[in-house]
Design a protein around this ligand. Sequence first.
Ligand code: NAI
Length: 740
Amino acid sequence: MKIKNVVVIGSGTMGSGIAAHLCNANIPVTLLDLKTEISEKAREKIYKSRPPLLIDKSKINNIKVGNIDDNFDVVKDADWVVEAVVERIDIKHQIYEKIFKSRKSGAIVSSNTSSIPIKVLSEHLNEIEKKDFCITHFFNPVRYMGLLEIVKNENNDLNKINQLKEFCEIELGKGAIICNDTPGFLGNRVGVYAMQIAMTEAFKMKLSVEEADAIFGRPMGIPKTGVFGLYDLIGIDLMADVLKSFIKELPETDKFHEVAKEIPLVKKLIETGYTGRKGKGGFYRMNKSGATKIMEAINLETGNYSPSKKIDLKSDKVDLKGLIHRKDKYGEYAWSVLSKIIKYASSLVPGITKEFNDIDEAMRLGFNWAKGPFEMLEEIGVKNFFDKIDNFEGNDFLQKLSKSENEDFYGERQKYTNIETLGKVKKSALSLDGNDSAKIYRFNGYNIVEFTTKANALDYDSMDALKKATDKPLIIINESMQFSAGVNLTYTMQFADKNDFKSIEKFIKYFQETCKHLKYSKFPVISAPSGLTLGGGFEVMVQSNFVASHTNIVVGLVETIVGLIPAGGGCKEMLARWLNTEEGKADPNYAPLKVFDIIGYGKTATSPVEAEPMKYLRPEDKKIMNRNSLLEVSKKILMDNKNFNSPDEIQFKLPGKGVREEMNKIIEKLYNEKVILDHGVVVAKELAHVLSGGDTTIDKTISEDDLFNLELDSFMRLIETQKTQDRIKHTLATGKPLIN
Ligand code: NAI
């Protein structure tokens, strides 16, 4: 069975997300909803979604829309019908009756339900219909969340389930995990338990919401929303509904019940409209007093709000062992929460899945955890864990493990896929090298560098690892969410605060030298980005010889926003790309002006389709839907380039003053229109200086090194100004730009 045509019924959050993602995969799709719902509305919502659900917005009309009264006929041509209507069993049953009357024989029908078991959904279906009916549980936002749980039961045709899995993996790029028909499947069963235990323990141990989020967050490899921030994001009322459905479905003996009891403060929040970010606020709220906005956090005991406090744990790293051995309430909380999550997750094996590894994968793909509970156990160490844990009676998995004392119990990773992923190959590396900011995995014939800092921000050590790893063909790739958010500004500001500009200069020079080395070393260098690929991250990518990019990439040069200009070769490479166009060759001002526009505004692209017209990516760069495949594609590039010759150095001819005058006119206009203020002018003039080629004229030739020097000088002049430092500090503190 080939899936060539899909119908999605229900055009709400999930249905439109699924339809948009099918469109991303170039699969013809029709989206149906009630007649009273205007179908155009769904298309408009998809078009305007942020982050964008579509890779290529110009394809919006490829999503056909209609209503279930007039257009239900489309179902008879569909190979797969996805139901994503409201979570009401009566409505879902009515829809299935209609679908099965019309569907093509053998077509798959699935529900996106998050809580209703297959046996209930399919209770009115006959045996043949049951064979083709399953649950496909996508996560929101569909384009960005890697997890897809395909839930089957004993009535299913397993061949067909496997074909569907393959389609969702290869065509839709999802981490498709096949699960049994148990409440909450894998991700939500463990993920919601984890949230509840993190919340109830915070109440019990009298931690503040900021403290709990600071621990149940980055140090555990969990997104920084933590638990209370995540509650606000999902919706406190929605979480209450989810808990109700778990309570209803799970047997009384399940430990889930202990953490799902109603909490008076939570009840009060919902009743008073404090349902989270979509409501008046939640555990956190933004309080506006006059023109200033103050983030406030709730006191879990009194229910009163006060300005949110930053918690300094004195470490920015994921460090489970360090965390659970702390001799303070934070260590106590971390251990209590972690050990209970590990206990709960392991108690579910083999009931909900025989592969404990699948639970970890579900947590990584569905909740963006760096490690799942079993990997956390592995990291803590089997002996350490059992030395600390109290009792684990009735938990077969832990009983066996405590007897075997096997520190290597984990075995293979990412068993749900046959793709050779970074997670899988890491373990087979011949040796490990590197430093605090990046790891080098050495294999026969090639190296891998994986950045390991927060958001993979780059520093001296990151550059050191890259340079060291060019003794063989090199693939720069990582498992965490971002390829790199750019140069580590905190690191840079530490020098600036001490007026130690020499150290900053040394770092930028080393950055340039490393990037040049990547480009011209005798072995090929491949970057395989996904997620944020900004500033310095982009400069590493653009000076690699080949690129294999995930379709979920946010790419661009954003330095001007913090009062700087790209100084690791970003200006130079963008000029080279635009000079190499027909227009660039015909008109010497064309390329500098184009790049001035792109970098000046700090423009970013949210997909390869948007990145190409700006030349952040080239047509020959590979674009890949399944993030898991980035390594295989990169390795194939290596195979195809066994006789690699490093490129020739580029010579530039730039107009100098001639084009700078045009740029100055643009700057003046923007200043007069108050689009930019005083410091904006300073930054833009430095950018104009670099992109025009400095004191050159069109008849002179300048080298890549000349451009590196121009970038460096301008960068240094800017970082030494108070107003650039103000911008950086503001952005580090608030995540937002400062316009000054
Ligand atoms: P939603 O409320 O955003 O959208 C539901 C849509 O169904 C609405 O557009 C509504 O007009 C339509 N609808 C209602 N009755 C219909 C009928 N008889 N025929 C056709 N359309 C009908 O809901 P959402 O959030 O998209 O959820 C859909 C399903 O996905 C639910 O089963 C939910 O449990 C599940 N789910 C939701 C997730 C989320 O994060 N929102 C995540 C994973 C699963």
